[in-house]
Design a protein around this ligand. Sequence first.
Ligand SMILES: Cc1ncc(COP(=O)(O)O)c(C=O)c1O
Length: 363
Amino acid sequence: MTQIKPLPHIAQTKPYVPGGKLAGATGPVIMLASNENPFGPSPKAIEAMKAVAGDVHVYPDPEYRALRETIAEAAGIADASRVVVSAGSDEIIHLLTQSYAGPGDEILFTEHAFSMYRVSALSHGATPVTVPETDLTAGVNAILGAVSERTKILFLANPNNPTGTMMPVEALKQLQDALPPHVLFVVDGAYAEYVGPDYEAQIRDLVDRKANTVMMRTFSKIHGLAALRLGWAYMPEEIAATYQRIRGPFNVNGLAVAAGMASIRDADFLTKSRDHNSEWRTRMTEALNAMGLPTPQSDANFILPDFGTAERASGANDFLKARSILVRAVGGYGLPSRLRITVGSAEDNQAVLAALSDFTASH
Ligand SMILES: Cc1ncc(COP(=O)(O)O)c(C=O)c1O
């Protein structure tokens, strides 16, 4: 047994549980568990990666100037020096937590928030504080009621994962105005593209309204580049400078740089992905409601039907697995009677609906 022991707060941190793979599956598996883009990456991103594949023996530009400028241009951001890039947006969650919170500090998020906020708080010795939601949705007053002198960061995914719900932009502004200046407000826009370009611009503009706000984004969802691990954020100048001080000098790999630049310029691919998602999200929500599985409106690329009890949700999950369909159990998010289903290809969506129709007819 080794004498080398991690810090107590590291030893107590429970790791993130990923969507995973279907154990023992022999044939093709329908993957609707991790909110990935059913179209895959943009063909332009694939071309861009091929074009630089022979150059990966060379370190990337440590300042990532071209990538940051391309992101800034696509997002309508005037000052690219305030755009930072990361190895997946998970890295931004970690680096902000590392920079601004430690033992004795509190990190706020809501009841069914993305679970990396908790993992990150615990792994830096900070105290996670969970705010109750109403009808699976975060609310301004509840959040403000939980803020204390010790609160250092508020993480809010909007739309949220796994609920798919979101707060209106007016509520985000109210929250931003009412938060004390010692609280960093992190708006996580991992699913913002599914709401649409107007909304993307509105959360971008929040960053310029007050010096306490960061907007973070990912290339893992609508861009279909999850395996490359690429994220970015728009920050006030001083926060960006802090971030640049502690990130790894080459935290984003060269293939991700090439693919990210090509993808964010491929407006047609993004529109096609968003339109497909909107159409199927509505069709799936209506079909599940009609089957007697209450499914709230989602603004993201997944839906969250309610099976009534934890046992029935677990039974449905097993039933789907037996048909090689993988969705996400969300008991770990305090939602044991629900399953999270990613909006997939037309064929995969039809398959999961047909399977759940059979399940509800017999269970
Ligand atoms: C709300 C939210 N934020 C951040 C992430 C992290 O994404 P990535 O690290 O792949 O950029 C996810 C991934 O599921 C998410 O749902």
